[in-house]
Design a protein around this ligand. Structure first.
Ligand code: DQQ
Length: 545
């Protein structure tokens, strides 16, 4: 096998080589989308972090520019870590990022501005000498003080930002305010905090409309909105969010009763997804979120491959009509990559049956499928100890081959012809007291024959909050791309991203099946497309770094 390229993605964002992590400062400015991201110019493991910079007019095809921000001054000599962009009045972008100032990893918050606002790509950025803007005071752990959010403007004319931190294992979102964006003061109270959640990385804080799918600028507030606070917990390596209220008088956020803080709470993605960041796109009135999917292979493999990390497909996100959770969906621009299409209509699958989806390129595909079933009577009993926190364990025990009642049914992605390798994405319906519990799994445990003990092959899982009594259907969309399977259950209510490394199910030898291993017969409606390769890493007047 061509180790360097076999698992490279076709339509997910990746630079030509080296390590990448967090998406940084995404923004839309004068018709151009900017994506910055944490990047090691010198290798495929984490280190030497700069802000790499790519631009696009459609979020799918990308032009590579020179790194926008890199260590060079006393206030960022040891690293230029994550941060966010804000568009100031007068249409002036500004970036806030975390600078590392010494070998002890002391963190400060800096700003950078475009050197030339009339450059359509904003290629060069300046870090003025009045940096750093914010240093930790004595009450703050200065080595856990990072990742400033996009700023929002209060009615009082003060800008606010939040910064992630920790105090005695209490995760905290610090709040700072400023009239002029240069002089920042710490607000006495915290925007929010939660005991026993460890350090909060990459906070993201924004309003969402109660109704509809449109997005809002970070500064918007009113009766028709709720707020969302997302944090990345470095203890569990998942991203958690709550839906709640931002009280502008107290300058505090509080989650609704239906939202739980910390690692017991809702996740943006129940798989390999971290350090996400969202931004408001005024051109299409939507909020878009980027997230990083790390490798699940070993560091040695990453060195051999010469690259590590991808950005997931940008997702539009909005509040579910229930008001309790977010819904996420790949940006509509992705559909422009859809090529050859196949369709299955009204296809029945009895217990133990599967059908191959032929006529597309299964290693680089987009699949949308709906499973329907006449009755829920055969649903297996739900064990009340299987709380939200243990969904992944249940997926581990009740795998795709373990027969059930209603389900398991789903897709076998990146499958080899004789199923030596496959990554199933599937549902299973349980009957709990007075309600049905739907489990969604994306299981990497059989994804590869490679016998490497350090490879991470989790049976990721999450519950899907749908009312099946009303509608006996479940939908699934999976974006399959060589070493990533990004799945959206029930229209984007539950999302799971897996990274997998097949050895047989590669290129034209990859297969795609729909299957049913439940006693209840199911009906499937399926559409699948081969996905073409976008223009990625076109460089603009430079040799690509
Ligand atoms: N990655 C950055 C930090 C952030 C972490 C460093 C999250 O700023 O907290 O590369 O993945």
């Amino acid at each position: 096998i061509d180790v360097e390229n076999v698992h490279r993605t076709g339509y997910h964002f990746q630079p030509p080589k080296n390590w990448i992590n967090d998406p940084n400062g995404p923004m839309y400015y004068n018709g151009v989308y900017h994506l910055f991201y944490q990047y090691n110019p010198y290798g495929s493991v984490w280190g030497n972090i700069v802000w790499a910079h790519s631009v696009s007019t459609d979020l799918i095809n990308w032009i590579t520019l020179e790194p926008a921000i890199y260590p060079s001054k006393v206030f960022d000599k040891y690293g230029t870590w994550s941060g966010s962009a804000t568009i100031l009045p007068g249409n002036k972008p500004i970036i806030l990022y975390t600078g590392i100032v010494d070998s002890k990893k002391t963190q400060v918050q800096n700003y950078a501005i475009p050197a030339n606002l009339s450059d359509p790509f904003l290629e060069k950025w300046i870090k003025p000498d009045n940096n750093p803007l914010i240093v930790a005071d004595v009450t703050i752990n200065k080595t856990q003080f990072r990742d400033p959010t996009t700023a929002w403007l209060g009615q009082d004319g003060y800008w606010r930002i939040s910064i992630g931190s920790v105090w005695e294992n209490k995760g905290i979102a610090l709040l700072y305010k400023s009239k002029d964006f240069m002089k920042w003061t710490k607000v006495k109270n915290l925007l929010h905090s939660a005991d026993n959640t460890g350090n909060w990385e990459c906070p993201d804080f924004y309003p969402v409309l109660l109704h509809g799918t449109n997005g809002l600028d970070a500064s918007y507030n009113g009766k028709n909105v709720k707020h969302v606070l997302k944090v990345s917990l470095d203890v569990t390596r998942f991203e958690y969010y709550t839906v709640g209220t931002y009280d502008t008088k107290k300058d505090m956020y509080s989650p609704d009763k239906t939202s739980v803080d910390g690692w017991k709470g809702m996740r943006l993605d129940y798989g390999n997804y971290y350090a996400s960041k969202s931004f408001y796109d005024p051109s299409k009135n939507r909020r878009i979120m980027w997230g990083w999917a790390n490798e699940s292979d070993s560091v040695d493999d990453d060195v051999r491959k010469g690259w590590a990390g991808i950005q997931t497909i940008p997702r539009k996100l909005w509040l579910d009509p229930s008001g309790k959770q977010l819904v996420q969906w790949p940006v509509e621009e992705l559909d422009t990559l859809r090529e050859q299409k196949v369709q299955l209509k009204n296809h029945k699958l009895k217990k133990g049956e599967k059908i191959e989806v032929k006529g597309i390129t299964p290693a680089q595909a987009d699949v949308e499928v709906t499973f329907s079933f006449p009755s829920l009577d055969k649903a297996e009993p739900f064990d009340p100890s299987w709380t939200d926190l243990y969904a992944q364990d249940v997926c581990g025990i009740k795998g795709s081959t373990v027969h059930g009642g209603v389900g398991p049914f789903g897709l076998l992605t990146l499958a080899s012809e004789n199923l030596e390798e496959y990554t199933p994405v599937f549902f299973r319906v349980f009957k709990a007291q007075n309600k049905y519990k739907v489990l969604m799994c994306s299981d990497a445990s059989r994804s590869t024959l490679e016998n490497d003990k350090t490879m991470y092959k989790p049976s990721f899982g999450g519950y899907v909050d749908v009312d099946l009594a009303k509608n006996k259907k479940l939908s699934l969309r999976s974006l399959i791309d060589h070493s990533v399977v990004e799945s959206f259950g029930a229209g984007g209510k539950t999302c799971i991203t897996s990274r997998v490394y097949p050895t047989l199910a590669i290129y034209d030898n990859a297969h795609l099946f729909a299957f049913n291993n439940g006693t209840e017969t199911i009906k499937i409606e399926l559409k699948a497309w081969s996905m073409s390769k976008p223009k990625m890493n076109w460089s603009f007047g430079h040799s690509s770094y």
